[in-house]
Design a protein around this ligand. Structure first.
Ligand SMILES: O=P(O)(O)OC[C@H]1O[C@H](OP(=O)(O)OP(=O)(O)O)[C@H](O)[C@@H]1O
Ligand SMILES: O=C(O)c1cc(=O)[nH]c(=O)[nH]1
Ligand SMILES: [Mg+2]
Length: 209
């Protein structure tokens, strides 16, 4: 049982794969091109969750469905932790849906750090929340940071698991949508990516302007 509860008047219902894909597509979140992912891998597909999360009512709809899946796992949690930037909005809305506090970690010199006087009570059961999981590296880094702060990471939830279920997190992963999106080593690009200039949408190693 979760210790939290959904807000009053919140309508929660399962969403079909087609409904989730329709919301992502309609929001412009599903992108094709040549992308450098945070792991350094390249892909012709990018899920820009910020595009869908810019509509608060869509963030609410998606997170209500994800929170329902988390509740179905009967994982007890006391709080949500998430990695900035991608995890901030989805972490906040998941905290709201589950009726628990939500804090976020920020990269300082590349290392996930708890700032803004956020604290994690000793032994607090944490739900790690991400927008997207690809290799799971960011999740593992943020979970390690949460444990170092005293948290007990019980599970992870994400909007999109684009590893096709293969990411190894060391805790159960609940995803709203599973995608099997290919990602390539930079020196093993397929022909259709070789001639397209690559863009890097994420914030890891982003320099100051
Ligand atoms: O599973 P992984 O291989 O780690 O990839 C997924 C991570 O990549 C993106 O973050 P990114 O580092 O691009 O920065 P952002 O959250 O600031 O956009 C996304 O928000 C996840 O955190
Ligand atoms: O692996 C990533 O960096 C990544 C992939 C993706 O589809 N969306 C995203 O925000 N990050
Ligand atoms: Mg991120």
């Amino acid at each position: 049982m979760l210790s939290g509860h959904p807000p009053e008047n919140e309508q929660t219902r399962p969403m079909s794969r087609d409904e989730i894909l329709a919301i992502l597509k309609d929001s412009g979140a599903l992108r094709t091109g040549h992308f450098i992912l945070t792991s350094g891998l390249h892909s012709d597909t990018y899920v820009q969750c910020a595009q869908v999360l810019q509509y608060p009512w869509r963030a609410e709809t998606l997170c209500a469905a994800l929170a329902e899946k988390v509740r179905a796992q009967a994982t007890e949690i006391d709080m949500v932790v998430s990695p900035a930037m991608g995890g901030v909005i989805v972490g906040y809305e998941m905290g709201r849906q589950l009726g628990v506090p939500a804090v976020f970690f920020e990269r300082v010199d590349g290392v996930f750090t708890l700032r803004r006087d956020f604290t994690i009570p000793a032994g607090a059961r944490c739900l790690m929340v991400e927008d997207v999981v690809t290799t799971g590296l960011s999740s593992r880094e943020c979970m390690a940071a949460a444990r170092a702060e005293g948290g007990d990471v019980a599970a992870e939830a994400c909007l999109v698991d684009r590893s096709g279920g293969r990411a190894e997190l060391g805790v159960p992963l609940v995803s709203l949508l599973e995608l099997d999106a290919p990602a390539y080593d930079p020196d093993a690009l397929p022909p259709h990516l070789r001639d397209i200039p690559a863009v890097k949408p994420g914030s890891r190693k982003l320099g100051a302007a």
